[in-house]
Write a protein that binds this ligand. Structure first.
Ligand code: ADP
Length: 484
């Protein structure tokens, strides 16, 4: 396995070529605060070149059969898996997540790519019964066109695959803009894609200034769609920009996911689920549990079990063996978590575990925050309204089922929800009552390539995954054909 070298990934991909710039941005290792690489600091000019290349490549790419496009995707997945260890190292180093999680994410990349390589073949049309003799009414599904893909820093490999794979399978060409904290894993993955001899211009990648690249993609009417995963705040900016040329959007935005633990739940199963979800990726997961609602009769027991488990979590640089909690990706995320915990404590929350930044030996400048359990949390605390996006488990109690559903729905977000109960009738009341796009009952895992993940309310528009995720990159064309 090759070690990561400074400047290994210092290029963008435009029209099948590596493009370097004199102007570069630094990439930081969040465990140490040290610079580990440079990438081009692109802006308007580079983005326009990428859009032009994608526009030129579109007609021939979209005319290939889905099977032909799928062959490139399958080759890409094989190449990613063959390089899994090096990619996982790079991901862990740049993003901070434990190496084990990084390996899982890279495997997930291949799973999504392979699934869409096949699903692209099922973009069926329809024949609709006609209104007149001799008439044929048809609905065709066509590639939407050039798409702009904007990805976040928390799952910089998996979310890239969740966008690139359906876009390519549908016949779209694209311009990708990865997050500024994690551009190198994106460049590495797209380099593997280019190694499949993908036609020039189908895949383009631009790193650099988010506002400038974003507004250039938005303003260009050749870009027919933006698919974005990130904050609700930026999602709204893109929506406003998209209005000017009625661009299509898929937005996967923030969340404020509750888990509700009812008295009849299997408590150990609930603890396992909460631990697995809440502390994955240092809590930086859009559908991660934000608030833990527990029935007051089992509150004490749940909190004790959680505290025991949280104390055992190993906080260390992601690349250190056995690490379970790495650093946060960005100092601004760390500041936000600290502010939210301090606000909660000032308003009466009890810190049962953690509650502070950690300066680890050898990693004094890393962005570490201790996995934290907060009890006696109530609605006046800022962290009940905001997406925490960190390793903080806040516990609230409830007594009444209807009331807890109301409290969970009292948020502009509607991404995910989790429920633990053995009562079948209650399960259906939860399915009907919770205003979320994704709901897990007696488990906390939601991500599969075959399922449509997405939010309601201010958590987003459209779906990622499933046949619905392919539809996001297809337009309908209705044809009325009269036979002479
Ligand atoms: P987070 O809060 O999780 O860091 P952001 O929404 O800030 O999420 O970032 C997600 C992605 O959106 C990143 O690729 C980032 O560079 C990009 N981004 C940030 N601001 C803009 C913008 N004004 N226009 C387009 N993309 C943006």
């Amino acid at each position: 396995m090759k070690l990561i070298q400074l400047n290994d990934w210092n290029f963008s991909w435009i029209n099948g070529e590596k493009v370097q710039l004199d102007d570069t941005s630094e990439v930081i290792n969040p465990a140490t605060g040290e610079t580990i690489g440079l990438v081009p600091n692109g802006g308007k000019e580079l983005t326009q070149r990428a859009i032009e290349a994608a526009s030129q490549a579109l007609p021939s790419w979209s005319k290939l059969t889905a099977g032909q496009r799928g062959t490139y995707l399958l080759d890409w997945a094989d190449r990613v898996l063959a390089d899994k260890e090096a990619l996982a190292q790079l991901l862990s180093l740049e993003q901070g997540k434990p190496l084990e999680e990084a390996r899982g994410e890279i495997e997930g990349v291949a799973v999504y790519i392979r699934w869409y390589a096949e699903e692209g073949k099922r973009a069926y049309g329809e024949i609709i019964p006609a209104s007149r003799p001799g008439q044929r009414l048809m609905v065709l599904r066509e590639a939407i066109g050039v798409v702009g893909l904007i990805t976040p820093a928390n799952f910089p490999a998996a979310i890239l695959a969740m966008k690139v794979a359906p876009a390519l399978a549908a016949g779209c060409s694209f311009v990708l803009k990865p997050a500024e904290q994690t551009p190198m894993i994106a460049i590495a993955l797209i380099s593997h894609l280019m190694d499949t001899n993908l036609p020039a211009g189908v895949a383009n990648l631009v790193t650099g200034n988010p506002e400038v690249i974003g507004s250039t993609l938005s303003a260009d009417s050749r870009v027919r769609k933006i698919a974005f995963t990130g904050s609700t705040e930026v999602g709204k900016i893109l929506m406003r920009q998209a209005a000017d040329n009625v661009k299509r959007l898929t937005l996967e935005l923030g969340g404020n996911a509750p888990v509700i633990v009812f008295p009849d739940a299997d408590l150990d199963k609930a603890v396992d689920g909460i631990m697995g979800n809440k502390f994955e990726n240092c809590g930086q997961v859009c559908n991660g549990i934000n608030l833990i609602y527990v029935h007051e009769t089992i509150h004490h027991e749940l909190v004790e079990k959680l505290a025991e488990r949280i104390k055992l979590l190993k906080v260390a640089s992601g690349t250190e063996p056995g690490s379970q909690i790495g650093p946060m990706i960005d100092p601004s995320y760390l500041d936000k978590v600290e502010t939210l915990v301090n606000d909660a404590v000032a308003k009466g929350a009890k810190v049962l575990v953690g509650g502070n930044r950690i300066a680890r030996e050898g990693y004094q400048n890393g962005y570490f925050y201790a996995p934290t359990l907060l009890d006696e949390v109530h609605a006046e605390m800022e962290l009940t309204r905001r997406e925490i996006f960190g390793p903080i488990a806040p516990v609230l109690t409830f007594t009444d089922e209807e009331d807890v559903v109301k409290r969970c729905n009292n948020t502009p977000y509607g991404l995910a929800g989790y429920v633990y109960t053995k009562d079948a009738a209650r399960m259906f009341r939860m399915i009907d009552g919770l205003e979320v796009g994704n709901l897990a009952i007696n488990g906390t895992s939601l991500a599969n390539p075959q399922t449509p993940f997405g939010g309601v309310k201010e958590s987003g528009i459209g779906r990622v995954g499933g046949h619905q995720g392919l539809e996001e990159y297809l337009e309908l064309k209705y044809v009325s054909l009269t036979l002479e």
